[in-house]
Write a protein of this length. Structure first.
Length: 160
């Protein structure tokens, strides 16, 4: 007969029980980090597409570098649709829960009027859900279910 302290059966099970939680947290962090990086890149590309589309709009400014408000309104709406969905015709948002209001296009900044030098900007606020938030709440109950960040881009108006 063996004593309880000499019995080594179940040792690997106890080791796995001790290591499974840190391993699962590490896997969750890797997946969440990859997801955040991926969504950040998608958001950044969307904002760049928005500014690039506006910067190539002809007749946005006249020869005296005066802004044409009607053209700006039309091109801004189209650019927001392009940035939000990746298509001028609309469709499924590139980022979950994104609408055209998620991308803000301020009035272009005129740096110089002769020659006409204008900066076009776009800013997007992104709220991403965290699928593994319940795992992270084991360590910090105050962690939210989403991560928020902003991306921005600016470019010179070319008007081609």
């Amino acid at each position: 007969m063996t004593s309880l302290f000499d019995d080594e059966r179940g040792g690997p099970l106890a080791e796995m029980a001790v290591l499974i939680l840190p391993f699962m947290v590490m896997v969750a962090l890797i997946i969440e980090g990859g997801n955040l990086f991926w969504r950040h890149q998608i958001s950044l590309k969307a904002v760049r597409d928005t500014t690039r589309y506006i910067s190539r709009t002809p007749l946005l400014f006249d020869d005296a570098c005066n802004l044409n408000g009607n053209v700006l309104t039309d091109v801004t709406n189209s650019a927001k649709t392009l940035g939000t969905t990746g298509s001028l015709n609309g469709g499924v948002p590139l980022v979950p829960n994104w609408t055209s209001d998620s991308i803000d296009v301020p009035i272009p900044i005129v740096l110089r009027s002769d020659p006409c030098t204008v900066i076009v900007q776009a800013i997007a606020d992104v709220d991403l859900p965290l699928p593994f938030a319940p795992v992270f709440k084991l360590f910090d109950p105050d962690i939210g279910d989403t991560v928020s960040f902003s991306v921005a881009d600016q470019t010179r108006w070319l008007g081609e």
